[in-house]
Design a protein around this ligand. Structure first.
Ligand code: HEM
Length: 495
């Protein structure tokens, strides 16, 4: 039969697979990067694979990234790709459960919670949270320096949720963190997995717990807003405060329910991405004593007091730490938390001939109904682009002691696009996009950098890290976010 049906010459090549519906699910699911690098060798930068009945067309390299991240709203849709996963967790009416134009306006509202003034107040609030955690959970001191073996992912997940809780999420959320809230977050998390993405509604207990937790968490945020209106709580410089009272261009106000759902979205968007990034960062430091010492020295040089203590950082200080900045950049290069950025194809996309099948005189067309996959991590680890691409080497970002231009600045035409929250470099055709690019680019990058700089700064100021295993931890791709597997380190108080 196959012989009778001529292959459409414009269709991207399909990755060979044995089982029709299942397709390449096992290979892609276990190690998406290995899969994509191997497919690139065989099929070029653009190819289609089958994933549990879905047709996924991968477009690799900076030009491939541009095809989906720079795609027109009429051609590619993030909401059609993500909503089965995100709407049950975030709640209805916001982010991917509304037209794209509304999401763009919501991102503008979020920017109001990330002003310089707000970020400065967050800078003051985060270190005390870290100190409290160190004293309560690590219990290491000059008298009892350790070392102690810890699961670094667990430790960082705690530090990230506590510091985001105290700042962006607001005082009331932080106060309830050790109580009911932690359990709700856990139940929501368990509903935010690749399984949920592929099968949004299964009759499983974890799905029921997800739905219950979503409702309870949303109600909790709403009760905070109601209490704040009565003046029972002091108003803080936080995101709830920034979002309440926001009004869409057409005059429709954000409801408290909308704000609650946006707060859950922000919590979920920042929690695992930043926990993963900080864990990978500390794992690399534990395996690289020289760099760890240099990073400690950076803190001493900039903030050290003569008596061996440190002065607190200001928001401005956090932006002037070349080595810390390079370490974060390099960690995000090698361990981009999101390996596949998805869009649903709404209208056929013509692939530029330079991108695919250069030997054949044909342009591929990605048909409507496919998913288009951007994998910035592939260009971020491409040996054709980066020297010693697979080595964690933060120093590659430093030029004469200063920070090199960002990869974006180096590789893009610098085109500026205004999506309503200020002109940003479109950056859709860049080999470095850990925060995505184009209209869906991450809105939390600045907060993430601030949080990582402060939390890791506090860890480095107070502790020495060493590897708990000879081998560097392997990667777990079975979760929505790329995580280290069994990530143990030894931690010891500096004396
Ligand atoms: C979107 C990465 C932290 C809020 C994205 C996207 C990426 C990303 C790749 C684009 C997704 C797409 O195009 O489909 C990261 C990384 C982080 C981080 C690597 C930390 C290291 C945060 C934080 C927040 C946040 C802390 C909130 C405070 C968002 C939101 C979007 C987003 C709301 C959705 C934007 C949209 O679809 O238009 N992030 N993120 N992220 N991020 Fe982040």
């Amino acid at each position: 039969r196959q012989l009778l049906v001529p292959k459409d010459p414009t269709a991207p090549p399909v990755v060979f697979h044995y089982i029709p519906w299942f397709g390449s699910a096992a290979y892609y699911g276990v190690d998406p990067y290995k899969f994509m690098f191997e497919c690139r060798e065989k099929y070029g930068d653009v190819f289609t694979f089958i994933l549990l009945g879905r047709r996924m067309t991968v477009a690799l390299g900076p030009k491939g990234n541009n095809l989906s991240l720079g795609g027109k709203v009429s051609h590619v849709s993030a909401e059609d790709a993500y909503t089965p996963l995100t709407t049950p967790v975030f709640g209805k009416g916001v982010v991917y459960d509304c037209p794209n134009d509304m999401l763009m306006q919501q991102k503008k509202f979020i920017k109001h919670g990330l002003t310089t003034e707000a970020l400065q107040s967050y800078t003051e609030l985060m270190p005390p949270e870290c100190h409290q955690y160190f004293a309560k959970e690590l219990k290491l001191s000059k008298a009892n320096p350790g070392p102690k073996t810890v699961d670094v992912l667990h430790m960082m997940a705690q530090l990230i949720v506590l510091t985001a809780g105290r700042t962006l999420q607001g005082k009331e959320i932080r106060e309830s963190m050790s109580l009911h809230f932690a359990k709700l977050l856990e139940d929501l998390d368990k509903g935010f997995t690749p399984l949920n993405m592929m099968f949004p509604n299964l009759p499983l207990p974890s799905y029921r717990r997800r739905d219950r937790a979503q409702k309870q968490m949303s109600d909790f945020y709403m009760s905070i807003m109601a209490k704040r209106r009565t003046g029972e709580y002091d108003h803080e410089n936080d995101m709830i405060q920034a979002l309440q009272g926001s009004v869409y261009r057409n005059g429709t106000p954000l409801t408290d329910r909308d704000v609650a759902h946006m707060m859950i979205a922000l919590l979920m968007a920042g929690q695992h991405t930043s926990s993963a990034t900080s864990s990978w960062f500390l794992l690399h430091l534990a395996h690289d004593q020289e760099l760890q010492q240099r990073l400690y020295q950076e803190q001493v040089d900039k903030f050290g007091n003569p008596d061996g203590t440190f002065r607190p950082m200001t928001f401005d200080d956090t932006k002037k730490l070349p080595l810390m900045d390079s370490c974060i950049r390099e960690t995000l290069r090698l361990h981009a938390p999101i390996h596949s950025i998805l869009r649903k194809v709404l209208q056929p996309i013509v692939v530029p001939q330079s991108l695919a099948a250069p030997s054949e005189n044909v342009s591929y067309v990605i048909p409507k109904g496919h998913f288009i996959v951007a994998a910035p991590g592939v260009s971020q680890m491409d040996p054709k682009i980066w020297e010693e691409a697979s080595r964690w080497n933060p120093l590659r970002w430093l030029v004469d002691g200063g920070v090199a231009k960002t990869a974006d600045e180096q590789y893009t035409s610098g085109e500026k696009v205004d999506y309503g929250f200020g002109a940003v470099s479109k950056g859709t055709e860049s080999p470095y996009q850990p925060f995505g690019a184009g209209r869906h680019r991450c809105v939390g990058e600045q907060f993430a950098y601030l949080q990582l700089t402060l939390v890791i700064g506090e860890v480095i100021r107070n502790f020495k890290l060493t590897a708990a295993q000879d081998e560097f931890p392997k990667t777990n791709y079975q979760t929505m976010i790329v995580l280290p597997l069994d990530p143990k380190i030894n931690i010891e108080a500096r004396v």
